[in-house]
Design a protein around this ligand. Structure first.
Ligand code: HEC
Ligand code: HEC
Length: 808
C-alpha cells in the first residue's frame, strides 16, 4: 500500500465519525446481553445462602463427602461462601466452573434431579454478578453474540410472558453482506468487468471483500461486525480498480486531446496483425467533465461527482457534511497531485468509506419514554430493503422515507407488506433464510466417492438442492402451516420448476415436436436442419428456434425412448439435461419413472416426508463415507428444540471403532459410556432414526456392512425428549414418526420463530426481546401458520424499529 493510500485510509477509518461508531459497537457488543441478567439479582442478605441451598440440594449427592465427581467438591464452595462478596478481585475458579456447567446445561446430568427454572435463574444471575469482571465471564458474554450460542438464552423465559421489558436492538454498525456486494457488483457499479476485454490490465474484476461465513447456520450477524484487514485491503483494491475503470475513458480522451490519436504502431495487434483499438467503459459525465476541464473544477462539479459516486457504490445520497468533507479532501489532494489525481483520490475515498463497508443503524429518529430511538426514515428504508432483498430501497420506499411516510409502525407494515406481496420484487433473502436454517444447500460441498453411488454423480447434489428449493418456495407460497408442512409434507418436486403452466407448455411443445418429427427422416439430419422443417418447428415453440441437427437428434432419441417406455414427455424437467441417474436418490426407478407434469406430487410417504428426509438435507448432513447421526441429532436438538449441546471437548477421543461386522449404530455404542453419554444422549437418539437412509439419501431396508457381502436390517428407532410435552416426548419407531411429533410441538414452532428472529434482526435474542418473540409466535399461530405473517410481525416489531445504546 503506497503512502498516499495510507493517508487515505487514515482519513476514512480514523475519522472521528468512524471511531465513534466503532466504540459504540464495541460497548454494545459487551453490554447488550449482559445487562438484563442483573435484574434478577436480589439484594436480600440471605441470597447467597439460597444459592448454596440450591447447590446443596441438587449437586451434593455427587459432589460432596467421599463421592466427589469430576474433581469438583461442593465443600470448597461452602467454605468460600463467607468471602463471596470479594471474589471479584481474584476470580474464583470453582464458581466459574459451576457457572459454565449451569449455563451450558451440563450439570446436573440428565438422569439426576434437574434444577427448577427459578433455581437455575437464581444461581446463574448471582454468579454472573459475582464474576462480572472475570475474563471467563466476559468471554462467555462475547460468545453469546454469535449465532451458534443463541439457544443459551432461556427459552421458557422468552415465551412465558414474565418479562415486561420493552424490546429494542442495540445501535449498531453492521458489515454489509457478501450478497449485497454481489448484487451491487452485478448491477455493475457503473461498469461491467470483463466486457471491455482483458487487454487493458486495469480493467480487472472486482473481488468479493466480505468474507463468507463457512459455518453452518445463520450467518449474517451484526456482531460479526468489524471488517478485518483483508476486507479493507480488498475494498481498497476494488476501489482503485473501480475508479480507474471509470476514469479510463476520459483519460484516454484527454491524452488524445493533448498528444493526438495513438499511432497504429503503438497499439497491440490481434492474431491477424490488425491493431486493436482501445475500448473503455463510458466515464460518468460528472467525472468526465472534471477530467477534461481546462480550469479548476467548480464546487458544483465536485458535488455532482460526489453524488454520482455515492449512487454507484453506496446507493444513497450524501449528507451535507459528507459533501463538504469530500470536497475538502479533493481540494487538498489537487494541490498535491493535480486535478485528476485529486478526483481519483476523492472517489476512492468514497468507495472505502464506512457507508460503503457498513450498514449504519444508530437509531436517529425520535426518542421515546423508554430511551429508545426509532430508526430514522432513511435508516428504516434501508433496513426494510435489506431485510428482504440485497438492494437499496425501491423508488416507492425512498419516496415514503422522503415524504415523512415512514415514521410509524403502520408505515413500516404497509411497506413491508407491499414488498412481500409484490411478485416483481425479487426477495432472495427469503430462500436464503431456509438455506441457513435447514442447511440442505451444503449438499454439493460434501465430497462423495461417485463409485459408491453406482451411477453418474455429476450434478446430482446440485439438482437435489434445486428440487428442495422449489419445494420450500412452494410451501412458502401456499403459506399454510409452513413449518409443519416443511417437516412433514408428503409431496415433493422432482426436476420441476415449480411452475405448472410452464411445465405444461414445455411438455406440450415436446409432444408436438415429437409427433411432427417421428415420421420424418430426422436421423439423417445434417448439422443445419433443412429449412422445410424449421418453419413448422419454430411455430411450435420458441425453444426450438435454434435447434440444430444434433440437438434435434438428441431430443428425438430421448423422446422416442420415453414413448416406447410409456413415460411422460417431460423427461428433462423443464428442458434441463436428461440425466435421470439422480432419480435413485429418491428411490425412483430411472427407467420407469414418468415425470408428473403437475407437481408437487406424493412421492412415497412410507419412505420419506418433509425436508429432513429430502435427499438434499440427508446429503448435506452426511460424512464422506457414511451417515452422520451425531450432527443430524445435534441439528434437531439445536434448530428444532432450541436446546444446546456442549461443545465437543478437544480432550475427548471422538472416534468409533472400525468394526466391519457392525452397523454404524452398533459402532456408536461406545458413546454409551457415561462420560460420553451425558452429551451424546442429546444427539444420537434424534439422529439415529435417519439410518433409514444411506449416506446418499436413498431409503433402505438393510444396511451394507463394511465386511463384503454382509447386510443387517436397518434399525430406525430413536427417542425424542425436550419438547416439554409429555404426549410428544418418548420412543419413536422411525424418522417419519419423529417428524410428525416435532411438527406438533409448540417448542419446535417457537424454536423456528427464534431462528427467524435471529436471521431478520441479525443478532441473538435478548431477554428483552420476549415481547417481540411472543408477538411473532402469536402472529404465526393466529394466521394458521403463515410465514408471511411471521416475517411481517418481526419486521414491524420494536426489536426491528427501535435502537438503544445498551446500558443507557
Ligand atoms: C448424578 C450425579 C451428579 C450430580 C447430581 C451433579 N453432578 Fe456434577 N459431575 C458429575 C460427574 C460424574 C462429573 C464428572 C464426569 C463428567 O465430566 O461428566 C461431574 C463433574 C462436574 C464438574 C466438573 C466438570 C469440569 O469439567 O470441570 C462440575 C463443576 C460439576 N460437576 C458441577 C455440578 C453442579 C454445579 C451440580 C449441581 C447443579 C452438579 N454438578 C450435579 C455428576 C453429578
Ligand atoms: C461435552 C460433550 C461431549 C462429550 C463429553 C463427548 N462428545 Fe462426542 N461429540 C460432541 C459433539 C457436540 C459432537 C459433534 C461435533 C461437531 O458438531 O462437529 C460430537 C461428535 C462425536 C463423534 C462424531 C465425530 C465425527 O467426526 O464424526 C464421535 C464419534 C464422538 N463424538 C464420540 C465421542 C466419544 C466416544 C465420547 C466419550 C469418550 C464423546 N464423544 C464425548 C460432544 C461430546
Amino acid at each position: 500500500m503506497g503512502p498516499a493510500f495510507e493517508m487515505l485510509f487514515r482519513f476514512q477509518l480514523i475519522s472521528e465519525y468512524m471511531l465513534r461508531l466503532l466504540l459504540i459497537a464495541f460497548v454494545l457488543m459487551c453490554q447488550s446481553v449482559v445487562g438484563v441478567a442483573h435484574c434478577f439479582a436480589d439484594a436480600n442478605q440471605n441470597f447467597d445462602s439460597k444459592v448454596l441451598g440450591v447447590l446443596e440440594s441438587k449437586c451434593a449427592d455427587c459432589h460432596s463427602g467421599n463421592e466427589v465427581s469430576g474433581g469438583f467438591d461442593l465443600a470448597d464452595l461452602q467454605s468460600e461462601a463467607a468471602g463471596l462478596e470479594q471474589v471479584n478481585e481474584q476470580v474464583n475458579e470453582h464458581w466459574t466452573r459451576v457457572f459454565q456447567m449451569l449455563v451450558t446445561n451440563q450439570m446436573p446430568p440428565s438422569d439426576a434431579d434437574p434444577l427448577s427454572r427459578a433455581e437455575r435463574r437464581l444461581v446463574i444471575s448471582r454468579l454472573e454478578e459475582l464474576l462480572a469482571d472475570s475474563e471467563l465471564i466476559l468471554e462467555w458474554k462475547h460468545k453469546l453474540m454469535f449465532p451458534e450460542y443463541g439457544n443459551y438464552v432461556d427459552h421458557e423465559l422468552l415465551f412465558d410472558g414474565s418479562i415486561s421489558d420493552v424490546s429494542w436492538s442495540p445501535s449498531r454498525i453492521w458489515k454489509k453482506s457478501p450478497a449485497i456486494f454481489d448484487s451491487l457488483a452485478d448491477r455493475g457499479m457503473g461498469f461491467r468487468p470483463g466486457r471491455y476485454g482483458a487487454r487493458n490490465a486495469k480493467l480487472a474484476k472486482l473481488k468479493q471483500p466480505f468474507t463468507i461465513e463457512e459455518k453452518a447456520g445463520i450467518k449474517d450477524f451484526a456482531a460479526i461486525t468489524l471488517a478485518d484487514s483483508a476486507t479493507l485491503g480488498t475494498m481498497l483494491r476494488n476501489a482503485e480498480t473501480l475508479v480507474d475503470n471509470h476514469l479510463a475513458g476520459a483519460l484516454h480522451q484527454l491524452r488524445v486531446r493533448l498528444e493526438g490519436p495513438i499511432s497504429e504502431s503503438e497499439l497491440p495487434t490481434d492474431k491477424k496483425g490488425k491493431p486493436i483499438q482501445p475500448r473503455f467503459p463510458v466515464t460518468p459525465a460528472e467525472f468526465e467533465s472534471i477530467v477534461l476541464a481546462e480550469d479548476m473544477a467548480t464546487e458544483a462539479q465536485i458535488h455532482a461527482a460526489i453524488r454520482r459516486m455515492y449512487q454507484l457504490v453506496i446507493e444513497q445520497e450524501p449528507a451535507v457534511e459528507e459533501l463538504n468533507k469530500y470536497h475538502g479532501l479533493m481540494r487538498s489532494c489537487v494541490t498535491q497531485g493535480g486535478q485528476v489525481e485529486g478526483l481519483r483520490m476523492m472517489l476512492i475515498a468514497i468507495a472505502v468509506s464506512p457507508q460503503a463497508i457498513y450498514r449504519i443503524e444508530l437509531g436517529q429518529g425520535n426518542v421515546d419514554e423508554h430511551g429508545r430511538q426509532l430508526l430514522d426514515a432513511s435508516e428504516m428504508a434501508l433496513a426494510i430493503a435489506y431485510a428482504l432483498t440485497d438492494q437499496k430501497p425501491d423508488e416507492e420506499l425512498l419516496n415514503a422515507a422522503a415524504s415523512g411516510q415512514l415514521n410509524t409502525r403502520a408505515d413500516v407494515a404497509r411497506e413491508v407488506t407491499r414488498y412481500w406481496d409484490d411478485q416483481a420484487i425479487k426477495k432472495p433473502r427469503v430462500l436464503r433464510f431456509f438455506h441457513e436454517f435447514f442447511g440442505y444447500d451444503a449438499a454439493p460441498s460434501v465430497f462423495k466417492d461417485a463409485d459408491r453411488f453406482g451411477k453418474d454423480y455429476r450434478g446430482v447434489p446440485e439438482r437435489l438442492v434445486e428440487d428442495a428449493d422449489t419445494l420450500v418456495m412452494h410451501i412458502v407460497q401456499q403459506d399454510n402451516d409452513v413449518l409443519a408442512e416443511l417437516l412433514t409434507t408428503e409431496q415433493y418436486f422432482v426436476a420441476h420448476s415449480g411452475d405448472n403452466d410452464y411445465e405444461r407448455e414445455i411438455h406440450d411443445a415436446l409432444q408436438a415436436f415429437y409427433d411432427y418429427y417421428k415420421d420424418k427422416p430426422w436421423r439423417e439430419f445434417p448439422y443445419k436442419v433443412p429449412a422445410e422443417y424449421m418453419a413448422h418447428v419454430r411455430s411450435i415453440h420458441k425453444m426450438f428456434a435454434h435447434a440444430n441437427g444434433n440437438v434435434t437428434k438428441r431430443w428425438m432419441k430421448y423422446l422416442e425412448q420415453c414413448d416406447k417406455a410409456g413415460l411422460s414427455h417431460l423427461p428433462m424437467g423443464g428442458g434441463r439435461s436428461s440425466g435421470r441417474d439422480y432419480l435413485i436418490t429418491y428411490n425412483l426407478d430411472e427407467k420407469t419413472f414418468s415425470f408428473p407434469v403437475e407437481q408437487p406430487f406424493v412421492l412415497n410417504p412410507t419412505q420419506r416426508i418433509g425436508i429432513l428426509m429430502h435427499p438434499a438435507w440427508l446429503l448435506a448432513h452426511s460424512l464422506n463415507l457414511d451417515n452422520d447421526p451425531v450432527r443430524r441429532g445435534k441439528w434437531i436438538r439445536e434448530r428444532l428444540l432450541a436446546d444446546t449441546v456442549p461443545e465437543l471437548p478437544i480432550t475427548v477421543d471422538a472416534s468409533i471403532p472400525e468394526d466391519h461386522e457392525q452397523t454404524l449404530r452398533e459402532r456408536f455404542a461406545v458413546t454409551r459410556e457415561q462420560e460420553c453419554w451425558r452429551c451424546h444422549v442429546k444427539m444420537n437418539p434424534l439422529g439415529m432414526p435417519f439410518e433409514l437412509y444411506d449416506d446418499f439419501g436413498r431409503h433402505r431396508r438393510v444396511e451394507k456392512l463394511m465386511a463384503k457381502g454382509q447386510t443387517r436390517p436397518v434399525d430406525s428407532r430413536g427417542f425424542l425428549d425436550g419438547t416439554g410435552d409429555r404426549d410428544l416426548d418418548g420412543d419413536v419407531a422411525s424418522p417419519i414418526e419423529l417428524m410428525h411429533r416435532l411438527a406438533e410441538s409448540e417448542r419446535v414452532r417457537q424454536s423456528f420463530v427464534r431462528h427467524a428472529f435471529r436471521y431478520w434482526m441479525g443478532r441473538n435474542e435478548m431477554q428483552s426481546d420476549s415481547a417481540t418473540l411472543i408477538r411473532a409466535d402469536r402472529a404465526y399461530v393466529e394466521s394458521g401458520g403463515s410465514f408471511r405473517a411471521l416475517v411481517i410481525s418481526l419486521l414491524t416489531s420494536d426489536s426491528f424499529l427501535y435502537r438503544r445504546v445498551a446500558g443507557s
